[in-house]
Design a protein around this ligand. Structure first.
Ligand code: NDP
Ligand code: GDR
Length: 337
């Protein structure tokens, strides 16, 4: 029997890698796409055949986590075996500026989806994209038993969504698993997250079209892993007979400064000549250090991170060099659909 998945946030970094993974496993994949005034499917265009194509196994549907009725209708229509809730206003700094919107989409959106699953009666397993940000001020190493101490509207919203998932499991017997994922990056990372902002700047500085890079706090410690490996953990967390909550992390911490050293160093540049501090990027409340202990995921799911920090940085710098090259030579063709 062909398995059917429904992914919210399919146009994001993780949604694109998860779609590729599920298609490779033979799934039919349905994704929620929100209406925007510009194309927002760039990350999945390479796998998105036209629905008329007989080989098409990826289907996009307009909808929004703000719109409960569209979620319920889609679930009834699609009848998925697995639902992955990756949709969110996912930027921590921005969540301080649009706090109630973030709570509505990142927090209430998850609850709307759980309610839609429950009320539609669709028999499916649900994955909730929870976040290491929920640990916030709790010192590392953080594991499944570490208390949450959120430090941003985003983290508060994710904590709400996490507990909603646990509650639907306990109250209604639904299969809901939380993946508590630590930062994971890739060439598809949004350009306003710090890693991608840095690797993109390295390519542009090297090419002579940018000189300064404006950043905020360089002392923050993050546990950075490679996104394609982290979406495997999402799929794995829906495999056990019983649902559960899993920390997914590399177990190593680096500062933003370390990332600068590695990325600029890869291009033979000294970041100190280019980086300026802009208070606009400093957060009203910061999460100082996140380093995860993913022993449970290793033991129960068999998930092991493979790509090390230096390789992750190299992959991202080289991809941004290539992207810039393609953009400048006109080789980058955006699909017009
Ligand atoms: P992205 O920001 O790249 O993608 C977010 C996705 O959510 C996009 O597809 C976006 O659509 C969609 N979205 C935003 N608002 C809405 C809405 N109102 N209704 C429906 N969809 C919406 O995030 P990532 O891929 O990096 O992360 C995936 C999930 O995992 C997110 O929930 C994030 O918070 C969480 N997470 C991420 C981690 C990471 O390190 N990457 C770590 C831990 C958790 P559009 O393309 O139109 O903007
Ligand atoms: P984070 O990622 O907040 O951990 O959330 P981000 O890359 O935005 O910040 C990491 C650290 O870098 C510091 N920083 C800057 N950050 C940004 N974005 N821009 C800057 O100019 C800058 N300068 C310094 C930040 O202060 C922070 O300490 C990501 C998101 O993917 C969330 O959705 C996810 O839940 C968590 O990771 C785990």
């Amino acid at each position: 029997m062909t398995r059917v998945a429904f992914i919210t946030g399919i146009t994001g970094q993780d949604g694109s890698y998860l779609s590729e993974l599920l298609l490779a496993k033979g799934y039919v994949v349905h994704g929620l796409k929100r209406r925007s005034s510009t194309f927002n499917t760039e990350r999945i265009d390479q796998i998105d055949l036209h629905p008329r194509d007989p080989d098409a196994r990826l289907f996009l549907h307009y909808g929004d986590l703000a719109d409960a009725s569209s979620l319920a209708g889609l679930l009834r229509e699609i009848q998925p075996d697995e639902v992955y809730n990756l949709g969110a206003q996912s930027h921590v700094r921005v969540s301080f500026d649009i706090a109630t919107y973030t709570a509505d989409i990142t927090g209430m959106g998850a609850l709307r989806l759980l309610e839609a699953v429950r009320r539609s009666g669709v028999d499916c397993r649900v994955y909730q994209a929870s976040s290491s940000e929920m640990f916030g001020a709790s010192p590392p190493p953080q594991h499944e038993g570490t208390p949450f101490h959120p430090r941003s509207p985003y983290a508060c919203a994710k904590a709400f969504a996490y507990w909603a998932g646990v509650n639907y499991r306990e109250a209604w017997g639904m299969y809901v698993s939380n993946g508590i994922l630590f930062n994971h990056e890739s060439p598809r990372r949004g350009e306003n997250f710090v890693t991608r902002k840095i690797t993109r700047a390295v390519a542009r500085i090297e090419a002579g079209i940018q000189d300064a890079l404006y950043l905020g706090n360089l002392d923050a410690v993050r546990d950075w892993g490679y996104a394609p490996e982290y979406v495997e953990a999402m799929w794995l967390s829906l495999r056990p007979d019983q649902p559960g909550d899993y920390v997914v992390a590399s177990g190593t911490g680096h500062t933003v400064r370390d990332f600068l050293d590695a990325a600029f160093g890869h291009a033979g540049l000294d970041w100190r000549a280019h980086v300026r501090i802009d208070p606009a990027y400093v957060r009203p409340a910061e999460v100082n250090a996140l380093i995860g202990d993913s022993t449970k995921a290793r033991e129960r799911l068999g998930w092991i991170p493979k790509t090390e920090f230096a390789d992750l940085v190299r992959i991202m710098v080289e991809a941004d060099r290539q992207l810039l090259d393609d953009e400048r030579s006109g080789r980058l063709i955006r699909r017009d659909r």
